[in-house]
Design a binder for this molecule. Structure first.
Ligand SMILES: [Zn+2]
Length: 284
């Protein structure tokens, strides 16, 4: 099954009432484990990279091997560049071979966010690349105000206008979610999600899904949220799986064995999230 467009995967998920896990990756193994989970679970997957890791691994390396995994996959896999904080970063992702990019102007005033998003959409269209944008600002889970202050949440009327003005293919929204570890358990604004789903014609994206209580994730799926970004909790699961695979007594130990032994723990984590996001048991 070929690599699939992220927007096609999200449209399908929206129509069939399941959520797609969008797993953040860091290296070859994190891509391999996520792809294996999708193939065992028989559900679509989005693999995405945060461009802030470009000092560790070149964007084109990840784009290339993630697309190869997608091409070999038995289920649809999309490949996406996460949070591009500028036009230049988003376009560098397109140049590196990402078939989908996010431009995140959410920290900017509305007009500037709309302008940079529209510019990326125009350029991306030349290359057939999908674009995710963000309106309302998804902040840091370390900052309580970012979680609970509804002034930061996505305004429904603005969201409708923003999608019309920019032509973005999907929209990340702020509804009580935040990035990283949460200092307080989030309490998502379901009424706002419901109104956004009714007002906005493109798939909706929930960032910061690590540690959001399971019932809240499932209610978000039920209300029509389609893409669920998971970074912090996946990297924690990978760490735990690798830590469990180490043996401090083994002075001749090899990292190759750790990477191989850590696989099942990481795969199990992703499969668990996929089941949670798929309450009706949809399979390919
Ligand atoms: Zn995010």
């Amino acid at each position: 099954m070929p690599l699939r467009k992220v927007n096609d995967i999200l449209q399908h998920a929206t129509e069939h009432h399941y959520g797609v896990a969008a797993i953040n990756v860091f290296n070859y193994e994190t891509v391999k484990w996520a792809a294996e989970a999708a193939n065992r679970e028989r559900v679509p997957l989005i693999i995405q990279l945060y461009p802030g890791f470009s000092g560790y691994i070149a964007l084109h390396h990840v784009a290339n091997f993630a697309k190869e995994f997608a091409q070999q996959s038995e289920v649809p896999i999309g490949v996406h560049l996460d949070h591009s904080a500028s036009y230049e970063i988003a376009v560098s992702g397109i140049k590196a071979g990402f078939p989908s990019v996010m431009v995140d102007g959410s920290a900017l005033p509305y007009a500037e966010n709309a302008a940079v998003t529209a510019a990326v959409v125009r350029t991306a269209a030349v290359f057939g690349v999908d674009v995710e944008a963000e309106l309302g600002h998804v902040g840091s889970g370390a900052n309580l105000d970012d979680i609970v202050n509804s002034d930061r949440y996505t305004n429904v009327e603005e969201a409708k206008k923003f999608v019309e003005e920019t032509g973005c293919g999907s929209l990340a929204v702020a509804v009580g979610n935040a990035h990283g570890n949460y200092v307080q358990t989030p309490n998502l604004d379901f009424e706002r999600i419901r109104k956004l789903r009714a007002a906005v014609p493109v798939p909706l994206v929930l960032h910061g899904c690590s540690d959001i209580p399971h019932d809240q994730l499932q209610e978000s799926v039920r209300l029509g949220m389609s893409k669920f970004n998971i970074a912090t909790e996946y990297f924690r699961a990978c760490y735990s799986a690798m830590a469990a695979a180490t043996d401090p007594e083994n002075k001749n130990g090899s990292m190759t064995q750790i990477m191989m032994d850590a696989a099942e723990g990481a795969i199990d984590f992703v499969r668990g999230k996929m089941r949670l996001l798929n309450p009706n048991g949809y399979t390919i």
